[in-house]
Design a protein around this ligand. Sequence first.
Ligand SMILES: Cc1ncc(COP(=O)(O)O)c(C=O)c1O
Length: 474
Amino acid sequence: MTPDEFRALGHQLIEWVAAYRERLPTLPVLSPVQPGEVRRHFDPNPPEHGVPLASVLPQLDEAILPGITHWNHPRFFAYFPSNSMLPSVLADLVAAGLGAQGMSWQTRPAATELEEVAMEWLRQLVGLPPTFSGVIQDTASTATLVALLCARERTTGHGQVRGGLQDEAAPLTVYASEMAHSSIDKAALLAGFGRENLRLLPTDEAHALRPDALEEALRRDVAAGKRPCAIVATVGTTGTTALDPVPHIGELARAHGAWLHVDAALAGTAMACPELRWMWDGVDQADSVVWNPHKWLGIGFDCTAYHVRDPDHLVRVMSTDPSYLRTAQDGAVKNYRNWGIALGRRFRALKVWFVLSAMGVEGVRAEVRRHLALAQAFARKVDTTPGWERLAPVPLQTVAFRHRPPGLEGKAVDAHNLALAGAINASGRAYLTPAVVKGVQLLRVSVGATATTADDVAALWAQLVEEAAALPPG
Ligand SMILES: Cc1ncc(COP(=O)(O)O)c(C=O)c1O
């Protein structure tokens, strides 16, 4: 493809994306395709001879689009949002066009230095103290793995350069709440702690980690000769956006010399609003903090902000230094390959720059406040309508609730709510997530798509009431 052909086709594809965004409200939110349906549109063998790319583009509409669940749809209320604002789309286009790979400063100085600027902007946006340094990771899952690896190495005095965990006299233990995201489990297992040394602790009626349970678990482990290594506090759990008490957890971490990692994957964006920062009071005590601009901030997937208090420790844990990667500038610059797991790095800072430039801090705050107000309005409907029950506080933008029609009890209520979620999602008119929290089947309405308006939230509520009434009793 020549630059001229790229220009022509590129304009066509920009138009395609713009038209897609315009017609989003008319598309079914949840993809209706069946397994294998998309694959059948494509030849199982690679084409022997190249064809003009324009000739395959109709497949975008015929094969790809029906197989997309539309995260930027105004009636996307599932999981947590994953917005990709158009400035972010353009930044990704530029990054791909530049096609540069940023494993070290020298291989792409602009990416390294813009990432320094972007992480400083993000730090200030969420009100973290200047003692934190930051790096962009691909996902919160990776960042949490990095955090637990750093915790492990701090506790073992860099055992990785000796016999590693296998040489430790006493097992190292990790703590989080039973509501922590599965990425904490995964990171603890991958970092070699072993399931037997991972404590997922009970929560209170608001689904937040109980510090007394943490204290007791720490005490018991120390008495049994184990070494508390890391505690993960979640600000905004996935199920119900519960807020673990960071100050108390921080005190316990300090008392035991354990690493404190704060997972604010969704809630981080809300910390742009000074009036919400009480939610992560005590975060300044953390050794590491992770949050996802690729969730609610509008920066397209993937872009995770990872802030650490001791970057030298991070670099020591993550560095290998083969001769072929050394450059003349190494002593004077950041080589972000040593701030994470991957060697090669995409130019993600471009989309942080584009989106924050387009929105400004005030724009981010306005979006957060708008979504919070919409969630509160939805929660009021639940609270004031007979037969509906809210199952958790709503500090952020997610409402956890269920329908409890008279005469239904126990498992029948669970089945009814699962069927209700199924009916909403199959309708294509809205998409929400059913979840089980402490054995109770609930529905989650997570408000946060950029396109969502008060009318969309009202329409979802009307549809819930209508579908719930139409379900067969029992
Ligand atoms: C609280 C929390 N932590 C971590 C994650 C994992 O995020 P990622 O997909 O960036 O790994 C999620 C995902 O929703 C989450 O809700």
